[in-house]
Design a protein around this ligand. Structure first.
Ligand SMILES: [Zn+2]
Length: 275
């Protein structure tokens, strides 16, 4: 792969809006605890950045550039770009019965339509009423609102708009976790004795969204509500020892939550001793 326009020392933390000494501290913490690569001083905006080497390609163009810059300096790395979705799980889009949406940021609704037609031709949809009410009222020109108009509103007749505590399907329950967006939902899965929570974008960074639930990421729309939701859901996961899957957590994105000081810690399942 030929990579151009590199600025080799710009490396990023996905979703970070930490700056100054907070940014440097966050980068150092990621490095010390998780081995993330970090550099100081010469990134965009003069901040310090760490690159999350396990989360894959960030979605923002400048972050992708920064990621490519980092990758170009690592000759042993192979860069794989893959279309993630049901194909990987061995299903075709036509086989999908229910599409459950956590919130309407572009990386969560961008694939709903393909060439103007529903990607999942036979599916019904479930999402939070509050999320739809907020974004569908945006005036034209709002980036997310426009994407909701093209990708979600055409599916509204096939969509069930739910509230906190609603049952999505047997064993799947919605939990309000507002703040990242006005109607952001997480989903509790239960099968027999086993439980799992899909935390979606409740916590965007695997180090400091946990260590400091009050540190918002730039995408959190309501700082107070997002912080309260993180404390509520992460506290429940830690107390009940329920595993979670977070959409921007490092591969394999599943783990447990521990309390640590005033905050929490994400413990990936791959680091658990099995036996
Ligand atoms: Zn999001």
């Amino acid at each position: 792969m030929r990579i151009e326009a590199l600025e080799p020392h710009q490396v990023f933390v996905f979703g970070s809006n930490a700056s100054g000494h907070h940014g440097a501290g966050a980068a150092r913490m990621a490095h010390e605890r998780f081995g993330a690569v970090w550099g100081e001083g010469h990134g965009l905006h003069g901040q310090s950045y760490a690159i999350d080497t396990m989360s894959g390609l960030p979605t923002i163009e400048r972050e992708v550039q920064a990621f490519l810059a980092f990758a170009a300096e690592q000759p042993e790395l192979e860069l794989l770009v893959t279309e993630i979705g049901c194909g990987i799980a061995g299903y075709t889009p036509e086989q999908v019965d229910v599409v459950v949406l956590s919130h309407f940021h572009p990386d969560h609704i961008g694939g709903l339509m393909t060439d103007g037609a529903p990607t999942f031709a036979n599916a019904r949809y479930v999402t939070g009423a509050q999320e739809y009410n907020f974004w569908s009222k945006m005036e034209a020109g709002n980036r997310v609102g426009d994407l909701v108009a093209s990708n979600v509103t055409p599916l509204a007749e096939k969509t069930e708009f739910i509230e906190d505590g609603a049952s999505v399907a047997p064993g799947v329950t919605a939990m309000a976790a507002f703040g990242h967006t006005p109607g952001h939902m997480v989903y509790h899965l239960e099968s027999g004795e086993r439980r799992l929570v899909l935390t979606a974008d409740l916590a965007n960074h695997y180090v400091w969204s946990f260590a400091h639930p009050e540190w918002i990421v730039s995408f959190d729309s309501d700082k107070e509500a997002a912080t309260a939701s993180r404390r509520k859901v992460l506290g429940m996961l830690a107390a009940d020892r329920v595993p979670m899957i977070g959409y921007h957590m490092p591969f394999p994105a599943a783990g447990f939550v521990e309390t640590r000081g005033e905050g929490f810690r994400f413990v990936p399942v791959s680091y658990q001793l099995m036996g």
